[in-house]
Design a protein around this ligand. Structure first.
Ligand SMILES: [Zn+2]
Length: 324
């Protein structure tokens, strides 16, 4: 998949090309009504390069050329106003004046480029095609009834989690609630997260889904400047997005750095009233052993904790397909 940075630059190129197109349309329009514009513009160009030569050769005719240019600019403005156009009608067109649509100001990323990168990072919440199809409406509860002796209990727990998840999806932006969903692999944790994400997107909220492994990679790449074009904007987006979903906590490569980054994410998002969903295959005791006490106490104090039950649904689904 192409990086958000590459996609953003492609969009900038499209903006530049549209603006050039618009400018040439304007030019043709003026030419039709005031053909003399070609002559004036040609002379302006000629005097412009003479001016450069004068500066370069220190020829001493600088002021003379400059006043010729000013007079030509006045002629051009008059030609335009005579046919009812503003004076700057033929000037270069830029959607962003700060960087003239180059995306950079003095070697640094312009705000417009950063905005475009964030837009591509957040496109479809970073959900895969199949996750985009996972909604509360398509949630197949019957899968949980296929769990042998545990079926009734699993189904009951899943109904509770599903109800709470729907409630959360409808109101997290007002309540600032957070979810920690624990349970074995394949027991529906990512599915529930996707349902919430899709509902939140429908409500016009910004959502960002990422695996813990990849998320902390972005943080490391940004911190240690590893040439990852998306890293800096992704880190910023993680703090800004309305709803952040961290999948599979515990599968990342754990260092002191990732542990501190996790606390920062959790803590700063709580402080700014933004909701986070975290899912993990680990139990609470394992999480307590892996992460600092301050992370665990945030989970205890500010997260609603759910535990999924049952067997790996992916295996059950495969078996069901086989038996058909
Ligand atoms: Zn710009």
């Amino acid at each position: 998949m192409e990086s958000a940075y590459v996609l953003a630059n492609r969009e900038l190129e499209e903006i530049r090309s549209k603006n050039r197109e618009l400018q040439s349309i304007r030019h043709a329009e003026v030419l039709l009504k005031a053909p003399r514009i070609t002559e004036v513009e040609g002379e302006l160009m000629k005097q412009g390069s003479r001016l450069l030569g004068s500066v370069f050769n220190k020829a001493g005719d600088f002021d003379d050329i400059k006043s010729k240019i000013q007079s030509l600019q006045k002629q051009k403005a008059k030609l335009l106003s005579d046919i009812g156009f503003p004076e700057d009608y033929l000037d270069d067109i830029y959607s962003c004046r700060a960087c003239r649509d180059t995306g950079f100001v003095e070697g640094r990323r312009c705000a417009c480029l950063k905005t475009l990168i964030s837009k591509h990072i957040g496109a479809n919440a970073n959900l895969t095609e199949s996750m985009r199809g996972q909604t509360f409406e398509s949630f197949d509860m019957s899968l949980f009834a296929n769990q042998g002796e545990e079926s009734a209990k699993t189904l009951k727990i899943m109904r509770i989690i599903c109800d709470k998840a729907l409630e959360f999806a409808e109101s997290f932006d007002k309540t600032g609630d957070n979810f920690l969903i624990m349970g074995n692999a394949g027991t529906g944790k990512t599915f529930i997260s996707s349902c919430i994400a899709n509902r939140a997107l429908e409500r016009g909220k910004t959502v960002y889904y990422q695996t813990a492994f990849r998320l902390f990679e972005f943080f490391e790449n940004a911190k240690f400047n590893k040439g990852d074009e998306d890293a800096a904007e992704t880190v910023k987006y993680v703090y800004d997005v309305d709803l952040l979903i961290i999948d599979d906590l515990g599968t990342e490569f754990q260092t002191q750095f990732t542990s501190a980054a996790l606390f920062d994410i959790i803590n700063l998002r709580i402080i700014s009233g933004k909701s986070t969903i975290i899912s993990s295959n680990l139990g609470f005791e394992e999480l307590s052993n892996l992460y600092s006490q301050r992370v665990v106490s945030r989970f205890m104090g500010d997260y609603k904790i759910f535990q999924t039950l049952g067997k790996d649904l992916r295996t059950i689904k495969r078996a069901a397909t086989k038996n058909q």
